[in-house]
Ligand binder design. Structure first.
Ligand SMILES: Nc1ncnc2c1ncn2[C@@H]1O[C@H](COP(=O)(O)OP(=O)(O)OP(=O)(O)O)[C@@H](O)[C@H]1O
Ligand SMILES: [Mg+2]
Length: 300
């Protein structure tokens, strides 16, 4: 009983330290107030052709359809800023606009109204400062080795030979694939492939890493391992991460802030700051408290 209470107090003390900016791992500082991303009153609508409540998506059907396009509001009045070094997750029900907002941050989509800025400048399209981590099957070229896949970005950017070699070697170390430099994707496991996808995104030192359910297709064990990998990577790099998930536990395990969205049209329902140091204990009372709170927000 006594021991349990001492342990709980220690955990709470660690949580307080973390809230004060002192991570237990001691390697990651979040620069409060130094915004990397500012999202101001963003709304996003799509115009879709609807017939009997179903969205008509093919061009042919659209051409012959007598229906007028109707507005589908995906996001409504979203305002949020993300600080340098943060790990922020977007959590919400399917179709609430999480991927849409991430694509807006990547510069692949534009808001219908409102502004999105990266380091004070309006986002006007994709930029190497904002790197998207795609799911591995789309992110990795099967005809290139691990090293070849990771060095492709720096090559395309014209990074000099020695600098490139060093960057690639550091990245391979960071994603813990040392010894697999010359391996081809078909000889790697799903988890290793996903790490190559992360490596490809971080090798050019982007300001912001954008991840859209990167582990969605993997089994629970691999997923848990990759979550630990991502935390280690996040702690070693000087970058922020925005991570989309609809997995409550994943959001609570990874993030320092979870942005909870309502069902469509997606609005911010609540921003939950997870004041727990890494590594987090999935069965600790504090962790379960956060998880249950997030589950309540999603449910109601
Ligand atoms: N290009 C598009 N054209 C028309 N409608 C779109 C388009 N992209 C997204 N939508 C619609 O916008 C809404 C939000 O989609 P989005 O993919 O952002 O949701 P999500 O929160 O990522 O969902 P999930 O958790 O299922 O991935 C959905 O209703 C979707 O049908
Ligand atoms: Mg999505």
């Amino acid at each position: 009983m006594m021991r349990a209470s001492v342990e709980r107090n220690t955990a709470l003390q660690r949580a307080d330290n973390f809230a004060a900016g002192v991570s237990a791992a001691g390697t990651k500082t979040i620069q409060n107030g130094r915004h990397v991303i500012e999202i101001e009153n963003v709304s996003k609508s799509f115009f879709v052709y609807s017939s009997n409540g179903e969205t008509v998506i093919t061009e042919k059907k659209r051409f012959f359809s007598r229906k007028k396009p109707c507005e589908l509001v995906a996001l409504k009045d979203v305002t949020l800023s993300i600080d340098h070094g943060e790990f922020v997750s977007f959590l919400g029900p399917s179709g609430c606009g999480k991927s849409t907002l991430l694509r807006i941050l990547a510069g692949f989509e534009y808001p219908s109204s409102g502004n999105v800025k990266c380091k004070g400048e309006c986002i006007q399209g994709p930029h190497p400062q904002r790197a998207m981590v795609f799911q591995s099957e789309r992110a990795v070229f099967p005809w290139l080795t691990v090293e070849g896949n990771i060095s492709l970005g720096p090559r395309l950017q014209g990074t000099e030979g020695e600098v490139r070699k060093e960057r690639v070697a550091k990245t391979i170390e960071l994603i813990e694939l040392k010894g697999f430099e010359k391996a081809y994707p078909k000889t790697l496991s799903g988890g290793m492939l996903q790490r190559v996808a992360v490596g490809r995104a971080i090798v050019n030192h982007p300001e912001l890493l954008l991840m859209d359910e990167p582990f969605g297709a993997l089994d629970a064990q691999t997923r848990n391992n990759l979550q630990d990998h991502v935390i280690r990577i996040w702690q070693s790099i000087d970058q922020s991460i925005v991570f989309v998930t609809h997995d409550i536990e994943e959001a609570a395990y990874l993030s320092n802030r979870v942005i909870v969205f309502t069902a469509r049209p997606g609005r911010i329902r609540e921003v939950v700051t997870i004041n727990l140091p890494h590594p987090r204990e999935r069965t600790s009372p504090e962790f379960l408290e956060y998880r249950n709170h997030l589950a309540d927000l999603i449910r109601h």
